[in-house]
Design a protein around this ligand. Sequence first.
Ligand SMILES: Nc1ncnc2c1ncn2[C@@H]1O[C@H](COP(=O)(O)OP(=O)(O)OP(=O)(O)O)[C@@H](O)[C@H]1O
Length: 258
Amino acid sequence: MAKRVEATGVTAYYGSFKAIDDINLNVEPKSVTALIGPSGCGKSTFLRTINRMHEVLPGARVEGRLTVDDEDIYAKDVDVTAVRRMIGMVFQRPNPFPTMSIFDNVVAGLRLNGVRRKSVLQEAAEKALVSANLWDEVKDRLGKPGAGLSGGQQQRLCIARTIAVEPQVVLMDEPCSALDPISTLAIEDLMFKLKDSYTIIIVTHNMQQAARVSDRTAFFTIDRTGDPGRLVEYDTTQKMFSSPSEKKTEDYITGRFG
Ligand SMILES: Nc1ncnc2c1ncn2[C@@H]1O[C@H](COP(=O)(O)OP(=O)(O)OP(=O)(O)O)[C@@H](O)[C@H]1O
C-alpha cells in the first residue's frame, strides 16, 4: 500500500555543515513528486533523510520530524531496517549485484528477509519484473548475470529488485541520468505505471522529465555557497511549470538561473 510522507522542519547536517534547513513538505500517496533545484541545494540529502540513509555517514544527523502514514520514522524504538524495507531506493547509476544472476538480483531483498521457498521467489520475481516492464526481455535468461544487461535494462532490474519487497514508498535519485533517451522514456513510462501502487519521490535535473512524470514538484535552492538548501516552492507540477508563485522558481524553470 502506498503511503503518505510528511516532512516537518527537516534539517540535515554533515558534521557542522547544515545542508538543508527546515524542509516542510507533504507527499501524497500514489503520486510522483519531483525534487528539482540547482546543484548542491540538498535534493539528494533530503531524499536520503526519508529512508534514514543520511545518518549512515559519520557525523551526519537529521533534525525535525518525518512521518510515513503518521508513523514517526525517527522515533526511538523504530527498526531502521524495517524503515528501509518500507522505503526503497533506486540510485543514479544502475547497481545490480554484478556476480548475481538476473533472478537472484530480483529476489535478493526477499532472501534477506528470510523467504526461501522457490515457488514464492519465482512468483515474486516474475511479478516484480513484469511491473518493471522487463519480464519479456529477460524471461528466457533469468539465470544469466544481471551485469550482462544494457544500462536501461539494468536500471529496470534495480527497480524490480526494489519493488520485489513491496515497499510503500520508492525514492529515485536521478534514476535516468546515466541512461540514453529511449531507456529514459522506458523508465518514465514505468514511473507512470508504478504510481498506481507506490508513492514515488524522484530527484531530477531534467525539467522536461519533472514536467512529464510528476504530479507535484518541489523546488529547492541555496542563496549563497555555504548556505543550507531550502524549499522555495511546492505545488502541482502544472502550476509550478505554468505560473509559479515565486520569481526564483520561474527563473530556474525558464533557465535564467542554476
Ligand atoms: N557526504 C557528504 N559530506 C559532506 N557534505 C556533503 C556530503 N554530501 C553532500 N554534501 C553537501 O551537502 C550539500 C547538498 O548536497 P546534495 O548532494 O544533497 O545536493 P543536490 O541538490 O542533490 O546536488 P546535485 O544536484 O549536484 O546532486 C552540498 O553542499 C554538498 O556539497
